[in-house]
Design a binder for this molecule. Structure first.
Ligand code: SAH
Ligand code: SF4
Length: 354
């Protein structure tokens, strides 16, 4: 299986590889210039001779993903469905989302096909787990969106740029630690996507030892799916809490290295009658360290067959106000792409229905 992938190869690796194939090493940089624009497509590489392309096509995986379909939301959000190009395996599918805003273009990427952690309000959690993505498959999602923007210039304010990455698509990124860490390094590499760690956010349900290693290896912005600050309730809403409870989570949050003027985000999906009452608020106020953490209240994004109901706008706004009155930074996350089921927690591929 160890075929190098164009999406994850470094310049020196490709130069060495070219030399070993008897090809001129300077072609490596030319090929990677195309790749870095998002073009994992030999046909598009105009300055590369046919002979080099043939050798590449034979020995290197050029495109780890095939774009199957693309949907556009009324608010400009785009959802992409990809098939993984793996040999000798039935096609697995994953989804990624582009959220265009005035001054930023955020890509929400998947790290696994499905998720084993089974948070009961999450659509991905109801999908059969189909495996971990490789670093190349993770980064290729970003490249594919970049390529899509090249082909189809959109909002001028965005300058057709991908500026931010969030690991908030399908899967639990820290349950696929090695490949996710490799993908972070590729996103940040000076000779590749050059994204600063301040522009990358990894969301996790709270795998504490992996959070510590993330802090040591690639301390990007951290978001935690908290959803309740009461152990008995969090045991149900985020079942990994049965293994890593709130006191363990607290310890790992206390030591996570923060970039200057940055906070850890505590994500809190507002579920009517479940975690939006006074005792929930009191426990949350107790839990949060306002110096280092802020709360992001997420509107529940519904999907067919979901057993939960989102809290009303009124309850959500009051919850935010109460947090703010206690000196806690709190925001209500605007839902994006809900009409095409592209919002947080709604990703589940058709292939994943079982
Ligand atoms: N597995 C990781 C990252 C993916 S989910 C994690 O759990 O953090 C990204 C965020 O969306 C998480 O905070 C998750 O709890 C939340 N989420 C899941 N289902 C949701 C839904 N139906 N509506 C709103 N948010 C949801
Ligand atoms: Fe997995 Fe995150 Fe969904 Fe929980 S919320 S099932 S950890 S993807």
């Amino acid at each position: 299986m160890n075929i190098p992938s164009l999406a994850s190869i470094s310049l020196t690796e490709l130069q060495d590889w070219m030399k070993a194939q008897g090809l001129p090493a300077f072609r490596a940089k030319q090929v990677l210039d195309w790749r870095n624009k998002g073009l994992l497509d030999l046909d598009a590489m105009k300055n590369i001779p046919k002979q080099v392309k043939e050798v590449l096509a034979e020995h290197i995986q050029v495109q780890p993903l095939t774009l199957v379909s693309k949907q556009k939301s009324e608010d400009g959000t785009r959802k992409y469905l990809f098939a993984l190009n793996r040999e000798n395996q039935s096609l697995k599918h994953i989804e990624s989302v582009l959220i265009p805003e005035k001054e930023r273009g955020t890509v929400c990427i998947s790290s696994q096909a499905g998720c084993v952690l089974d948070c009961p309000f999450c659509h991905t959690g109801t999908q059969k787990f189909e495996g971990n993505l490789s670093a190349a498959e993770i980064v290729a999602q970003v490249l594919a969106v970049k390529a899509d923007l090249l082909d189809d210039p959109m909002l001028p304010e965005l300058h057709n740029q991908v500026t931010h990455i969030v690991y908030m698509g399908m899967g639990e990124p820290l349950a696929n630690e090695m490949e996710v860490f490799d993908s972070l390094n590729l996103l940040m590499a000076e000779d590749y996507l050059k994204l600063s760690r301040r522009r990358i956010t990894l969301s996790t349900s709270g795998l504490v030892t992996q959070i510590e290693r993330l802090g040591q290896d690639s301390p990007v912005n951290l978001a935690i799916s908290l959803h309740s600050a009461i152990n008995e309730k969090r045991n149900i809403l985020v079942p990994i809490n049965q293994k890593h409870d709130l006191s363990k989570l607290r310890k790992s949050l206390n030591t996570y290295p923060l970039a200057k003027a940055r906070h850890i985000t505590l994500e809190y999906v507002m579920l009517a009658g479940e975690n939006d009452g006074q005792e929930d608020l009191d426990a949350l106020v107790q839990f949060v360290n306002p110096e280092r953490e802020r709360v992001n209240l997420i509107r529940f994004n519904t999907y067919p067959g979901s057993a939960y109901q989102g809290s009303s706008t009124n309850v959500t706004n009051e919850f935010a106000k109460s947090l703010i009155s206690k000196g806690i930074r709190a925001t209500v996350r605007r839902s994006r792409g809900d009409d095409i089921m592209a919002a947080c927690g709604q990703l589940k591929t058709a292939k994943g229905h079982s």
